[in-house]
Design a protein around this ligand. Structure first.
Ligand code: AVI
Length: 320
């Protein structure tokens, strides 16, 4: 029931994001209340996520960076030179130069929904790699994207780091992988980060750090609802919880109500009982078989994989 697609912003006459209001009202009306994780990333949420990547317990960014910086020679050998690197949801990625340094690409095509941000990041990257043609494309990459003519004849390498695929339920991630396959065409390769299943304590700590940064990230969504949708959610009566769901192999973030309560959002009344939760995010974790199965279902054949020294995170190369 979670809508995980990316949409262009559509505001009503009073400046309210219509999709946000619809998702929140629908999500709070379910028996298990749930909100699509994409709404976690307003300005404050995006900054809090950047902060999360720096906390000790949150290993994925550190481990993936270790792989990308130490395996350059192997990437070069497996991927080859001259490919147009198409990065999905490039954002402000600091990981991109690590890959580009290793493989001598023929062009770089960052794809992102946030146009201004995208162009600024593309300009910064152009400055670091003079001579590399950079073609930013503002697009929703959940669907097939028409790439610029200048890269059409080049073989492509899709790049999707960060285990962002893990934030989607399998049905959505399979659709995304198939769209990527269509966007990138025949002879394409895909380099994708996928976080690994590990001890529950390590996973839960990564999503519930001692400094409370992830808690703030989670509860910021409730504050955003109050601010943007005229809500009266008593945020101080919620706490953050990170739960391992072993059936679905995922960490779930929940905002747990500490007391019985009533509140309203956009003039609609809601009630929660103490202990009831709002489910705000999934972060799926993989092992070799499940990641291979997902890629194959998405029309990609895995051909190489790398993990960090502690075996916590994987970067997988697949071919069309
Ligand atoms: C963006 N994404 C890959 C993060 C993750 O690890 O699932 C989001 C996140 N949520 C809490 N901490 C980090």
């Amino acid at each position: 029931s979670q809508n995980e697609g990316i949409q262009l912003v559509n505001l009503d006459e009073s400046g309210v994001d219509i999709a946000f209001r619809e998702d929140v009202l629908a999500g709070l009306s379910q028996s298990q209340k749930a909100l699509p994780a994409r709404w976690l990333y307003d300005d404050a949420g995006s900054q809090l996520f950047e902060d999360i990547t720096q906390v000790e317990e949150y290993y994925p960014t550190r481990c993936e960076t270790e792989i990308l910086s130490s395996r350059g020679a192997e990437f070069a050998e497996q991927i080859g030179k001259g490919r147009a690197v198409v990065e999905f949801g490039s954002g402000s990625s600091v990981k991109t130069p690590l890959l580009l340094n290793a493989i001598e690409p023929g062009a770089y095509v960052p794809l992102d929904i946030a146009g201004d941000f995208l162009r600024a990041a593309a300009a910064e990257l152009s400055a670091k790699f003079p001579g590399l043609p950079v073609y930013p494309v503002e697009a929703d990459f959940m669907k097939r994207v028409e790439l610029p003519d200048a890269v059409k004849s080049k073989p492509k390498l899709g790049f999707f780091p960060g285990s962002t695929i893990g934030n989607m339920v399998p049905r959505t991630s399979v659709d995304l992988l198939r769209s990527m396959r269509e966007t990138l065409g025949d002879n394409a390769k895909l380099l994708i980060g996928m976080d690994l299943i590990k001890d529950t304590e390590v996973l839960e700590a990564a999503y519930d750090d001692a400094a409370g940064v992830t808690a703030q990230f989670n509860l910021n969504l409730l504050r955003r609802i109050n601010r943007e949708l005229d809500g009266t959610i008593p945020v101080e009566q919620f706490h953050h919880e990170a739960r391992w769901n072993d059936t679905f192999a995922r960490i779930e973030m929940h905002a747990v109500a500490d007391a019985d309560m009533e509140f309203s959002v956009a003039d609609r009344p809601f009630a929660m009982q103490a202990g009831e939760t709002i489910h705000t995010e999934n972060s799926h974790k993989f092992d070799v078989r499940s990641s291979n199965t997902l890629l194959l279902a998405g029309h990609w054949t895995p051909c190489a994989r790398w993990t960090d020294a502690q075996g916590r995170f994987s970067v997988i190369l697949a071919e069309a």
